[in-house]
Design a protein around this ligand. Structure first.
Ligand code: G16
Length: 544
């Protein structure tokens, strides 16, 4: 096997002098830097599978919201969750080995250290988004799996959440915990059935325009629409920006270099311009691999209004909280909400004070939020950028099905909870199933987006991307709300923040892009903009 690994590695080298790091969502950078990374991730995922008694490990090749020229490789654990953190360091170690020989030795040393039999059975499943570079990265990945005799299945082009779903299905198939049929068709069927059940005969009102960022979400969502019964649900959808035949327009509008998709809508706080959203019509945007979701509409009187991840979170928490109450389960189940520092202060206040639910703050990255959410019976987690889901404990799902209802209202609440639990992808944030959940909640409440928007008023905020010489100089602490490095930077940020009323700002290095991000919120729009720009200046100065 040693010779096979050496020979295969020689064909898929890393780029000398490049430092690789397992970031917020795996390794992510310019695609031409990645073939060696993909090969080495193949070695590591095979090891991880063997460590976990041959359970399948998932690998997703995507760079999500990043430009088409980027790509990324990330590892998915057996139940569809993100790779255990301790293993991120092993991945970084393996990927940075300077030579093939060094790689082989590190691979064997890791196996010895973790007491893994490299000849035991291992299994890896993988998929990729629509980026053209994905194909070559899959070849490199498969070469490592072949060289190490690891069984592998190529699920080809998928959304990221579909790969997470399939990973869990492979590992639960034929057991009482079976998550669904292990196929793309199984994914459509499971969530479409749950959508119909969760609606409980209610009809969705008005048309929904879905901007798919010209990414993999377009064709996949269109596939799903084929199995959703339109008449029974009233689900009337117009899909836009679903061109995957011209890969260069990924995350861009088809007509030119203007961005679209969830990342654009959230960061620029404006709707995609082409096609122009129809005034008053309910709209939403996915990102490039369909794991983020942002809603918005253009009001004829007041203009663009956005409902981001914080809004989706509070909507889901309020709906599920009410159902748990109606089902008489408020003393049995702990509901909690997980956010990051990017959450608008008004949303945190609304969830804690109005919904009376606990809020936990974690660093950026769904891997952190997911973990914290699993500490609750019902854990609602969304990043402000629209990435998130609701996780239900096994016990919660069991109670929804087993509890004897004392009234028709209780029966209704229990059945709705069970259906909602099935509808929301439990493995990771999924724009498609999150969107179906939002549509269900709006139908139950009889709400328009305007009604939803009235629940609370966001503090004006601004998110800025700052390019710096070396983003790794910036190290954050306190759930990324403060900088510990470079020395002095946080003091300067504190100093400017103090000049504004009800203001908050923080800076951190992105884990997916070669840049820092600055967030600021303040009492007025102009103050939020001004504060964000001042903090961005500080970051620029300390990062050069
Ligand atoms: C990824 C992560 C998200 C994170 C985002 C931005 O999203 O999965 O949890 O919020 O990157 O991270 P950062 O600010 O560190 O660049 P995606 O949709 O790009 O995979």
């Amino acid at each position: 096997m040693d010779e096979k690994i050496l020979a295969a590695s020689a064909k898929h080298p890393i780029v000398a002098g490049q430092v690789y790091k397992y970031g917020t969502a795996g390794f992510r950078m310019k695609a031409d830097l990645l073939p060696g990374v993909s090969f080495r991730v193949g070695l590591l995922s095979g090891l991880r599978s063997r460590k976990l008694n041959g359970q399948a490990i998932g690998v997703m090749i995507t760079a999500s919201h990043n430009p088409a020229s980027d790509n990324g490789v990330k590892i998915v654990d057996p139940m569809g969750e993100m790779l255990e953190q301790e293993w991120e360091a092993y991945a970084t170690r393996l990927v940075n080995c300077p030579s093939d020989q060094d790689l082989l030795e590190t691979y064997k040393a890791l196996a010895a250290q973790l007491k893994i039999d490299v000849n035991a059975p291992g299994r890896v499943v993988y998929g990729r988004d629509t980026r053209p570079s994905g194909h070559g990265l899959v070849v490199a990945l498969a070469a490592a799996l072949g060289a190490t005799n690891t069984e592998h299945t190529d699920y080809k082009i998928l959304t990221t959440p579909q790969l997470h779903y399939l990973t869990r299905c492979v590992n639960t198939e034929g057991t009482p915990k079976s998550y669904g049929q292990t196929s793309e068709a199984g994914y459509y069927q499971k969530f479409s059935d749950a959508f119909v059940r969760a609606l409980r005969g209610k009809k969705i009102q008005g048309q929904l325009t879905v901007d798919c960022a010209n990414g993999v979400g377009g064709p996949k969502f269109s596939e799903m629409l084929k199995v959703i019964p339109k008449l029974a649900t009233g689900f009337d959808v117009k899909v836009v920006n679903d061109d995957v035949l011209r890969p260069e327009v990924l995350n861009l509008e088809a007509s030119g270099p203007v961005a679209c998709g969830a990342d654009f809508v959230k960061t620029k706080q404006r709707a995609p311009q082409n096609p122009k959203p129809v005034l008053g019509v309910r709209c939403c945007s996915f990102d490039g691999d369909a794991d983020r979701l942002i809603y918005y509409w253009i009001d004829p009187d007041t203009g663009f209004f956005m409902l981001d991840g914080d809004r989706i979170s509070s909507l889901a928490a309020s709906f599920i909280g009410d159902l748990v109450h109606s089902a008489g389960l408020e003393d049995d189940l702990r509901i909690g909400v997980v956010q990051t520092a990017y959450a608008n202060g008004a949303s945190t206040n609304y969830i804690e004070k109005h919904l009376q639910l606990p809020v936990v703050c974690t660093p950026t990255g769904v891997k952190h939020l997911h973990h914290a959410a699993c500490q609750f019976d019902v854990g609602v987690y969304f990043e402000a950028n629209g990435h998130g889901t609701v996780v239900f404990s096994q016990e919660a799902m069991r109670i929804f099905r087993a509890k004897e209802p004392q009234s028709p209202a209780q029966k209704d609440a229990l059945e709705t909870l069970a259906a909602v639990g099935d509808l929301i992808n439990q493995t990771v944030g999924d724009a498609i199933t999150d969107m179906l959940m939002v549509e269900v909640i709006l139908a139950h409440k009889g709400w328009t987006l305007k009604d939803w928007a009235m629940t609370y008023t966001d503090l004006p905020n601004r998110l800025v991307r700052v390019e710096v010489g070396n983003k790794d100089l910036f190290q954050a602490t306190d759930a990324e709300r403060r900088l510990s490095h470079p020395p002095g930077a946080q003091d300067e940020i504190d100093h400017v923040v103090r000049k504004y009323t009800s203001a908050r700002s923080f800076a951190r290095a992105s884990g997916t892009e070669n840049a820092c991000r600055v967030y600021a919120e303040a009492a007025t729009r102009s103050e939020a903009d001004e504060l964000a720009n001042k903090v961005a200046q500080i970051v620029k100065q300390f990062g050069s």
